[in-house]
Ligand binder design. Structure first.
Ligand code: GNR
Ligand code: NI
Length: 167
């Protein structure tokens, strides 16, 4: 197990489009396990591999209070969306920023689990929002992209300064 470093906006590596996993082999399982450890440590309710500088279509999610409902989604695809949910979102790659975002309230998502089995699952509310947020990451998209240009620019300036101070 290992804790992985999380990239911060506006790092250009967060803008890459992640590649599909061809085979759920031992190295992918290791990545999933390291991502859970990193996500739980942060703590966050979701993590996309691209956030830890691995541009593959792998995400981890756990919205439970006790961190005991881990869900790994490999090559996830949303096959249906319904309704509208507005929620205040945050992102481990955009620390300290929380803003309202509108997304679908109910989704159906198809993916491979950690055992490489094909699964189709329905999700709603926070879980649906989280999965959509993570799949956006795989396509190089961040929740700040839904905000106004002015807000995003202010966030960029603030984080650039913080990133310089941490570097
Ligand atoms: O920890 C997280 N919380 C969260 C809250 C509302 C909507 C989405 C999220 S995901 C975020 C972790 C993260 O950055 N995942 O990419
Ligand atoms: Ni995020």
């Amino acid at each position: 197990m290992a804790l992985l470093d999380i990239l911060h906006f506006p790092d250009p590596r967060l803008r890459e489009v992640a590649k599909p996993v061809e085979q759920v082999d031992a190295s992918v399982k290791q990545l999933v396990d390291d991502m859970f450890e990193t996500m739980y440590d942060a703590p966050g309710i979701g993590l996309a591999a691209i956030q830890v500088n691995v541009p593959m279509r792998v995400i981890t999610v756990d919205i439970s209070e006790d961190q005991d409902e881990p869900l790994a989604l490999i090559n996830p695809e949303i096959t249906s969306k319904d309704g509208i949910e507005e929620m205040k979102e945050g992102c481990l790659s955009v620390p300290g920023v929380f803003e309202m975002v509108q997304r679908a309230d109910k989704i159906t998502v198809k993916f491979l689990n950690r055992d490489g089995e094909s699964v189709e699952m329905e999700a709603e509310g926070l879980l649906a929002v989280c999965i959509q947020h993570e799949i956006d990451h795989l396509d190089g998209k961040l929740f700040v992209d839904y905000l106004s240009t002015l807000k995003r620019q202010r966030i960029r300036t603030k984080l650039e300064k913080e990133n310089r101070q941490r570097a």
